[in-house]
Design a protein around this ligand. Structure first.
Ligand SMILES: Nc1nc2c(ncn2[C@@H]2O[C@H](COP(=O)(O)OP(=O)(O)OP(=O)(O)O)[C@@H](O)[C@H]2O)c(=O)[nH]1
Ligand SMILES: [Zn+2]
Length: 296
């Protein structure tokens, strides 16, 4: 019998495919590897299933997006967890996460942890202002878990953030009954560099979530993005008014982005981070070009 479903877990060569509330243990047929395709958690697949025997994945359906580490496909959204302190809040890091997600076509949601550690009202106001600014760009920002939870329903969500930002704490708050499992994911699996990653989607708050243990900064490289402009939605929008279509918003005349910056319609920190990323991307390109020249 042939069925369609979604891979919700991959472990030791097996893929666990869920369809209509039942999970089937399957393997991938060898011909996927030959084609350089590998099923990953989140993939929609067709698979064969016979009574009392192992199923086989027959076909991978088209992916809308995917991450390499952890290997997950068809992600609806990512919650970026940033702490106020310990580690210190950084707009630069936040913008890097956002650019990475824009590039991947994954909707970003921002959650600020450790708001309770803020010293006074003035500090809190700064975060309110930051929330206002980023909401204008189009990003949702949450300071508390209950509002965040409502946004997890019917979505496949990944959580990302620096070590110590409070990922595990947040997951435990969202689903206290999962305490053991999140502890298990965080402590035993996928921590070491060379351990095989166990990837799994859990049902949580009416949606599916993937914890992403040991997500390192290398996993969200942003120096290979072909069109940085597009990864900054507010810059992309304004740049339609630039005189030159290929405007990089650095030195060109009649640049609408620089104009918007002057008018305080674009945040200075966003523009600074844009410039920094642009220069990193250009450096990477140059070093590739040099390498290629040497080979020739
Ligand atoms: N006061 C306060 N402490 C928090 C909050 N969230 C997390 N912490 C603390 O911050 C530390 C790190 O939190 P974790 O949840 O382990 O962070 P993590 O992102 O899972 O870190 P890794 O497991 O290293 O990836 C712990 O000591 C938590 O108790 C918060 O909202 N308020
Ligand atoms: Zn421009």
């Amino acid at each position: 019998m042939i069925k369609n479903g979604r891979i919700i877990k991959s472990l030791s060569g097996f893929f666990y495919v869920e369809t209509e509330g039942t999970v089937y243990q399957t393997r991938a047929r060898g011909n996927f590897r030959k084609k350089g395709m590998k099923p990953v958690v989140g993939d929609f697949v067709s698979f064969s299933h016979e009574e009392n025997s192992e199923g086989y994945i027959l076909e991978l359906h088209e992916r809308k997006n995917g991450l390499v580490r952890p290997a997950i496909a068809n992600i609806d959204q990512a919650v970026i967890i940033m702490s106020t302190i310990n580690p210190d809040f950084s707009l630069n890091l936040l913008d890097r996460f956002l650019v990475f997600l824009e590039h991947k076509g994954i909707q970003a949601i921002i959650y600020i942890s450790k708001m309770d550690l803020l010293g006074n009202e003035a500090e809190r106001k700064r975060y309110e202002k930051f929330r206002e600014d980023y909401q204008k760009i189009g990003y949702e920002i949450f300071f508390d878990t209950s509002a965040l939870m409502k946004n997890l329903r019917d979505k496949v969500t990944v959580f990302m953030g620096q070590t110590g930002a409070g990922k595990t704490t947040l997951l435990n708050k969202i689903a206290p009954e999962m305490k053991l499992e999140t502890g298990e994911i965080s402590d035993k699996l996928g921590r070491g560099r060379h351990t095989t990653r166990h990837v799994e989607l859990f049902e949580l708050a009416g949606g599916l979530i993937a914890d992403t243990p040991g997500f390192s900064s290398l996993d969200y490289e942003v120096d290979n993005i072909p069109d940085l402009n597009e990864a900054f939605p507010e810059i992309a929008k304004v740049s339609q008014g630039c005189k030159f279509r290929e405007c990089t918003h650095t030195h060109e005349p009649e640049c609408a982005v620089k104009q918007a910056l002057e008018n305080h319609e674009i945040l200075e920190s966003r523009y600074t981070n844009y410039l920094q990323l642009l220069s990193e991307i250009n450096k990477t390109r140059e070093s590739y070009a040099k390498k290629r020249k040497k080979q020739i």
